[in-house]
Ligand binder design. Structure first.
Ligand code: FNR
Length: 340
């Protein structure tokens, strides 16, 4: 048996990348619907998840991790459980373990973000700040691998020097993680810069565990492009961020669908799981990013304030009404069962 827990889960897979604001429940379910094998949630900081309580939401059929003011920080449902990877932001092994233990019963794996270049992460010693802190990387990942019963992975950016990156990747492998996702840009490089596919290839050759290639969205418009990116990097799997954010049907083996189809399907999930309107708006606007002038619905989306507004803009009033009616019936049932 491999010493890497369930590493097969990360081989030959197409994966929705972790994306803040984008990787919430409706988008994850949409990616799975179109054929993604695994979906990562947006990065959630360990301190935040530790402040939450898990609550069963009978009305929606979800488990919600909620703050004391009832803000939902993380919503999940059983249909994604076997394919959902929870991405943690952390700089502390003890806190990481506590946070991950709280979540592990609801997910298929836990990932540590070691690539975020944002000031918030770097100042807190998280994300890409960890790339140059090998002792801390080792401590955090070893603690998680030892203490959790689900597979542990991490996602890095490359270092400017290839040999340094391979050294870091080997150190990460030595902690017992089940896979390593590599975004082929350095901490200071931006999405317009070329992805260093050759670095990913060299890392994939140097490691035994599956390497997940990331950073290819500039050249990914369809499933066959995902396959090309996989073969050019020699990686075990591919993780897609922006190409999926713009058109999630990029995961469809039969080819991508129109933005209209994708937005309608996305909204169905957003309605069903009562997604926050502000998050729904953000995601829909990302899908319209290069169609703001041509899409007749675009201007109205900019001023939309509720899920009802989105239902009207996209001609989905009937679908939304059915969902609301079903929810009302369920609410009455729940109240009746509780003797209320
Ligand atoms: C990201 N990325 C990111 N990475 C990560 O590890 N955790 C996160 O929460 C986020 N959040 C996030 C939000 C948004 C809107 C974008 C566009 C990106 C980085 C992302 O996962 C990926 O590494 C890069 O976008 C490169 O991959 P693509 O876009 O070329 O497929």
């Amino acid at each position: 048996m491999s010493r890497y827990r369930n590493e097969a889960q990360y081989r030959g897979k197409t994966i929705l990348a972790p994306m803040v604001r984008v990787g919430t429940l409706p988008m994850r379910l949409l990616a799975l619907h179109y054929g993604a094998d695994l979906v990562y949630c947006e990065e959630i900081i360990d301190k935040k998840i530790l402040m939450c309580q898990p609550k069963v939401n009978e009305l929606l059929g979800t488990t919600d991790f909620v703050l004391s003011d009832r803000t939902v920080v993380f919503r999940t449902c059983s249909s994604e459980k076997d394919r959902l990877i929870f991405q943690l932001g952390t700089c502390d092994s003890k806190r990481a373990v506590m946070a991950a233990k709280k979540i592990q019963g609801y997910v298929a794996g836990v990932d540590v973000n070691m690539g975020c270049p944002k000031e918030f992460s770097i100042k807190g010693g998280m994300g890409a700040a960890l790339l140059t802190q090998p002792d801390q990387v080792k401590q955090i990942l070893t603690a998680l691998v030892t203490e959790l019963r689900v597979p542990v992975t991490c996602k890095i950016r490359v270092l400017p020097d290839l040999q340094d990156t391979i050294e870091l990747a080997k150190l990460i492998e030595s902690t017992g993680v089940s896979a390593l996702a590599v975004h082929g840009r350095t901490k200071t490089e931006r999405s317009r810069d070329n992805n260093r596919d050759s670095y990913i290839k060299a890392i994939a050759e140097a490691l035994t565990i599956p390497v997940i290639a990331n950073g290819g969205s500039k050249v990914i418009n369809s499933y066959s492009d995902i396959e090309s990116f996989r073969s050019s990097t020699g990686a075990a799997s591919v993780m897609v961020a922006r190409a999926a954010e713009w058109n999630c049907s990029v995961f469809r083996r039969e080819g991508p669908l129109s933005y209209r189809d994708v937005i309608s399907s996305y909204l169905n999930y957003a309605f069903e799981y009562d997604n926050y309107e502000i998050n729904t708006k953000y995601c829909v606007l990302q899908m319209l990013h290069d169609k703001m002038t041509e899409a007749p619905e675009a201007d109205r989306c900019l001023t939309a304030k509720s899920l009802q507004d989105f239902a009207e803009i996209w001609g989905m009033e009937e679908e939304y009404c059915i969902i609301l009616r079903k929810r009302k019936t369920k609410e009455s049932e729940i109240l009746r069962m509780a003797g209320g």
